[in-house]
Structures are given as structure tokens and as C-alpha cells.
Design a protein around this ligand. Structure first.
Ligand SMILES: Cc1ncc(COP(=O)(O)O)c(C=O)c1O
Length: 392
């Protein structure tokens, strides 16, 4: 039976390839240190789990959520959190939408906004969901290179004006996956002006806004004057509260964009188990995940300081779960990732998997299964030091 042609636009899922290499090494009985996928290894904080159990016993959560934009208790907690965290007022009735994780919002905003021939401006390297869903919806993805010399921010002045005129969406993601870069408020100003000049909607992916170190506080694009005219921001409970498996996030911002996304989604899914929304509302109001952040910071320092001491040239990220490491001369990112896997038993992701401008780097995640206090990360550094000899 023939499948729809749109499925041919999907490249193999990045982590599918990695998973196969990983499975092979494990079947050979090798002890792998997995710095691959960015999936919090620590459990969800206990008070959130307790709240879920309590909510699960309330029969009110056992039926469809038939509310307009998602469980009101959750959307009200989102508005309170935005006010506290960013000093930004959100109307929970018209400017917020419950999501099944931020991936849901990032993928489906393409389906709600892109017609054949429309363009999305997507960061390269970048989270692949932006590009793939633009292509499947019949649009074209224009890659905005994120270069180290520009602090991994796109150069908006280099987007050709005919492309900008066709663009309906621009995806921005700071703190950034995979580069670990952060954005300045000046850049956000510039982006909002550019979007208004060309009538483009900005999709600001804030999945990592709360994964920050050394006192850095990530801004929201909605703090910029006039941003509500053009910006929708996608948030995730996944990385903030170690809740990847729960599938909950939210969109906030421009009420038209929220309404378009809601119209599409109300014909696609029937939301998640409302007990999850109640527990997530509790998390936003009451829970701090600082212990997990402190563990990531410790791992980051062991990894970056340890590798830089043997010649690597890595910038220490102020935010995100990722260390973006340049590869040595003479290797592609895939070749270097394979060398680390085969000779050191350390799994990293080749930067080329995130786009052509990711070539020349590998991504190392600070979520490390089985690591209690940095010892597995220290072991990864030791193995690389002893088994990998490259010229920098
Ligand atoms: C940049 C970015 N945005 C969004 C997501 C999706 O997260 P979730 O759907 O769990 O909220 C991820 C997941 O890795 C990500 O890296």
C-alpha cells in the first residue's frame, strides 16, 4: 500500500540512527556512557508525583477535558508563573493554550500556518521538528545559519528580502538546542522588528528557559514591547521539572496564533489526562528543581574543564542541557562521534544531524543515565583522555 508522499520528506529520525548504534554496542556487552539524548535522568520531584496521585483519585479527571483551551487551573498557573518569572501579563482565556508537550505546539503551528509555497525561517543547526513539519505541510524551510562567530544567533540582515516576504513563520530557540547559546534582549528586539516589517509570526521555543547556570536568567521574547503582535512562545514542563514522559507544555502569546493552533488541535487530539494538568499547575506554583540544575552544572564543569584540559576547545554553556564541542581537524562530526563510541565507549550526537551548519561539532548532553554525582561524566573524560588521541 502506498503511503502519502509527504512522509518521504521526513529524514530518518536523528535519534533513530543513534539508537541503532547504541543497541549494537550494548548487544556486544560494552559499557556505554550515553551523552546522546537530552532527557532528564532524574525523577520528577516527589511533590508533583504526589499531586498527580491525588488528582488521579478525583473522578473529575477521568473524563474528556472539554474546556476551551485546556484545564483552567493549569492555564491560570501559567499566567501566574509568567507574571512572577518574566513580569509579563497573560490572559489565560485568550493568550494561553495547553499542549501535549512543546513538540506538539512546535509541529502543529506549521500545520496551522503554512500552505504550499509558504516559507518558515528555521535555525540551522536546530531542533528538526521545525523544518520537518514545515516540509510536510507543503512549505519550504529556509535555513538561517547559526555561526559561532555570531554567538550562534541568526544574521537576520542576510535573509534575502524575497524569502522574508514569503515567510510566514520564524523559529527561534534560546536557550538553544543544540549549541547551548543564549540570546540577548537586543537580538529579541531586532527579531520582533524584522517580523513586523515582513509580517512574519515568530515561534519562540523556550523549552530550556529554566535550565540555566551561574545565575543566568533567560529572557522571554514577550518582554519586548509590541511582541504580542507577532510572537507565540512554546514552553515545556519536560526539562524544567524532569517531566518528559508526562507530555505537557503550553503556548502563550498572540491570541490569533493561539486561536489558529487551538482550532487545528481541537480536531487532532483530546488533550491529556487532566490529573497531569493539575499536577503541572502545582509544579509551576510550588516546585523548584534546583537540585537537578546543580547536578547538571557539576557535570558541565567536569566535562568542559576536563576536555579543555586535554586540548578540546569548548565554550561553557550558561544554559540548556548541551555542550557543543568543535571536532578536531580531519574528522566529520559523524566520524568523530563514531570514534568516541568505538574507541572510548562514549556516545555523543554528530552535529550534522541538526543541519548542515552543525557539521564540525558534536553535541554532548548533560543528562546522563546512571550518573549520581558526576562520576560517570568524569569516567567519560578519563576514557577519552586514555583512548582518543587527536591533534587540536
Ligand atoms: C529545542 C526543543 N524544543 C522542544 C522540545 C520538545 O520538548 P517537549 O515536547 O518534551 O516539551 C525539545 C526536546 O528535546 C527541544 O530540544
Amino acid at each position: 500500500m502506498d503511503r502519502a508522499k509527504r512522509l518521504d520528506k521526513i529524514p530518518p529520525y536523528l535519534f533513530g540512527e543513534i539508537a541503532r548504534l547504541k543497541a549494537q554496542a550494548i548487544s556486544e556487552g560494552r559499557d556505554l556512557i550515553d551523552l546522546g539524548i537530552g532527557d532528564p535522568d532524574q525523577p520528577t520531584p516527589e511533590p508533583i508525583v504526589e499531586k498527580l496521585c491525588e488528582a488521579a483519585r478525583n473522578p473529575i479527571t477521568h473524563r474528556y477535558d472539554e474546556t476551551e483551551a485546556g484545564w483552567p487551573e493549569f492555564l491560570e498557573a501559567v499566567a501566574r508563573w509568567y507574571r512572577r518569572r518574566f513580569g509579563v501579563g497573560i490572559d489565560p482565556k485568550s493568550q494561553a493554550l495547553l499542549l501535549l508537550g512543546s513538540k506538539d505546539g512546535l509541529a502543529h503551528i506549521c500545520w496551522a500556518m503554512i500552505d504550499a509555497g509558504d516559507v518558515s525561517l528555521v535555525p540551522d543547526p536546530g531542533y528538526t521538528v521545525y523544518k520537518v513539519n514545515t516540509l510536510m505541510a507543503g512549505g519550504d524551510a529556509y535555513a538561517m545559519p547559526l555561526l559561532e562567530k555570531n554567538g550562534f544567533l541568526p544574521d537576520l540582515s542576510s535573509v534575502p528580502s524575497d524569502v522574508a516576504k514569503r515567510a510566514k513563520l520564524m523559529f527561534l530557540n534560546y536557550p538553544n538546542n543544540p549549541t547551548g547559546a543564549t540570546a540577548t534582549v537586543e537580538f529579541f528586539h531586532e527579531a520582533v522588528k524584522f517580523a513586523k516589517d515582513y509580517d512574519i509570526a515568530i515561534v519562540s521555543d523556550l523549552a530550556y528557559s529554566e535550565v540555566t547556570y551561574d545565575g543566568y536568567v533567560a529572557p522571554s521574547m514577550l518582554q519586548i514591547e509590541g511582541a504580542f503582535d507577532v510572537v507565540v512562545e512554546m514552553h515545556s514542563m519536560s526539562k524544567t521539572f524532569n517531566m518528559t514522559g508526562w507530555r505537557i507544555g503550553f503556548a502563550v502569546g498572540n491570541s490569533d496564533l493561539i486561536a489558529h493552533l487551538n482550532k487545528l488541535k481541537s480536531n487532532l487530539d483530546s488533550r491529556q489526562f487532566p490529573a497531569i494538568d493539575i499536577a503541572a499547575a502545582y509544579a509551576l506554583d510550588h516546585v523548584s528543581n534546583n537540585a537537578t540544575l546543580e547536578l547538571y552544572r557539576k557535570r558541565r564543569d567536569i566535562l568542559v574543564d576536563g576536555l579543555n584540559a586535554i586540548g578540546w576547545k569548548i565554550r561553557k554553556p550558561k544554559a540548556s542541557l548541551y555542550v557543543w564541542a568543535p571536532v578536531p581537524d580531519g574528522y566529520t562530526s559523524a566520524e568523530f562521534a563514531k570514534l568516541l563510541l568505538v574507541d572510548a565507549g562514549v556516545l555523543v550526537v554528530p552535529g550534522s544531524g541538526y543541519g548542515q551548519y552543525g557539521e564540525g561539532y558534536v553535541r554532548m548532553s548533560l543528562t546522563v543515565s546512571g550518573d549520581r554525582d558526576g562520576e560517570r561524566v568524569a569516567e567519560a573524560v578519563r576514557r577519552i583522555k586514555e583512548n582518543i588521541s587527536v591533534k587540536w
